[in-house]
Design a protein around this ligand. Structure first.
Ligand code: ASP
Length: 336
């Protein structure tokens, strides 16, 4: 009798533990989230006309991605379409508009990952490929490798019929002036290590969930202004700047790449969901605010879980970002 009563009490206790209130999770048949870089932008240093222009660009990108998903196409197609558009827009640090290296060149990095089978493609340090995200996709689909770099990557791009571009395509006065400023600051401070506290990252990224329940994530960047010696950041590194797994979430990051590599940010968010049962927002918060912030690793992430619920978490004053889903919900924001 006593044993039965004790058993009853333990069952009651276990039941109580399991039914602790959970945040309501909605399932969207498709959803898409975008970032255009995090950084020190605020209402003072980003003019109102620029705010309007950035929001319009994010809106166009979002509409393109959402209509691709609505037509039944794959999340990989939506991610490529959105990032290709942002790469061609000189306002962002990816493709056209990429930042300059110390030597005055543009060296581009990008990656893409499918949450369905964990296949991935990445490219690092290319100078003459118009849309690095399309090259990352080709590497994923048409090669036996995950990551190609430099001249070899360009050769593969040519062989696979991708559009090439010369250095004038990537040149923008804004990016070039930022290089001059960075070199001057370096001379003044005697330090060779960027970034300055007011650094603005302009990398672009996108995560999509399609009607088949498949997640995909992609990221594209010119890296960081004044980078040297063939420096590669987190954006083309699977698990650091990009990750997707249908079991958990898709993630694209922007920020000081060295920290995102060392803390394997994108995969860590997925791992917290998989092994600790965290929700996407909780996991993204844990990594950005509790792991990166204390070590001065600045930046942010956009994420979607397997149901299309989002997280947009950053420890800078702003992050260009947008989200939309199958229910017609639309969010476009810059500041905290
Ligand atoms: N994460 C990129 C890098 O370190 C920079 C950015 O987000 O803009 O290369």
């Amino acid at each position: 009798m006593k044993v039965t009563f004790l058993l009853f009490l333990s069952c009651l206790f276990l039941f109580a533990c399991q039914t602790k209130p959970q945040k309501k999770q909605i399932h969207y048949s498709y959803a898409l989230i975008i970032h255009g870089g995090a950084g020190s932008m605020d209402t003072v240093n980003l003019k109102e006309t620029d705010q309007i222009a950035y929001k319009a660009a994010l809106d166009t990108a979002l509409q393109k991605g959402i209509s691709t998903l609505a037509s039944g196409k794959s999340s990989l197609d939506a991610v490529c379409q959105v990032i290709e558009y942002l790469e061609n827009n000189p306002m962002f640090n990816a493709g056209r508009g990429a930042v300059f290296t110390h030597e005055g060149k543009n060296e581009l990095d990008a990656s893409i990952m499918s949450g369905l089978d964990l296949s991935a493609g990445a490219v690092a340090g290319v100078r003459d490929v118009k849309n690095p995200i399309l090259l990352a996709r080709k590497i994923m689909d048409n090669s036996k490798h995950v990551m190609l770099s430099g001249k070899g990557a360009s050769e593969f791009a040519r062989e696979n019929g991708l559009e090439m571009a010369d250095s004038s395509w990537f040149f923008t006065e804004k990016s070039y002036n930022n290089l001059i400023k960075a070199i001057d600051n370096e001379k003044l401070s005697g330090l060779t290590t960027p970034p300055l506290p007011d650094y603005k990252y302009g990398t672009v990224g996108c995560v999509a969930l399609d009607q088949g329940g498949n997640l995909a994530a992609g990221t594209s960047t010119g890296g960081m202004t004044n980078k040297q010696y063939g420096r590669i950041g987190d954006s083309p590194i699977i698990g650091a700047g990009t990750y997707a797994n249908n079991k958990t979430c898709g993630v694209s990051a922007t920020g000081h790449g060295e920290f995102f590599i060392r803390y394997t940010v994108a995969h860590d968010i997925s791992a917290l969901m998989e092994y600790k049962g965290m929700g996407v927002e909780e996991a993204a918060n844990e990594v950005i605010n509790n792991k990166l912030t204390p070590v001065d690793g600045s930046g942010g992430v956009v994420c979607l879980d397997k149901n299309g619920n989002y997280a947009m978490v950053f420890n800078t004053s702003g992050m260009f970002r947008a989200y939309g889903n199958s229910e017609g919900q639309k969010i476009i924001r810059i500041f905290k």
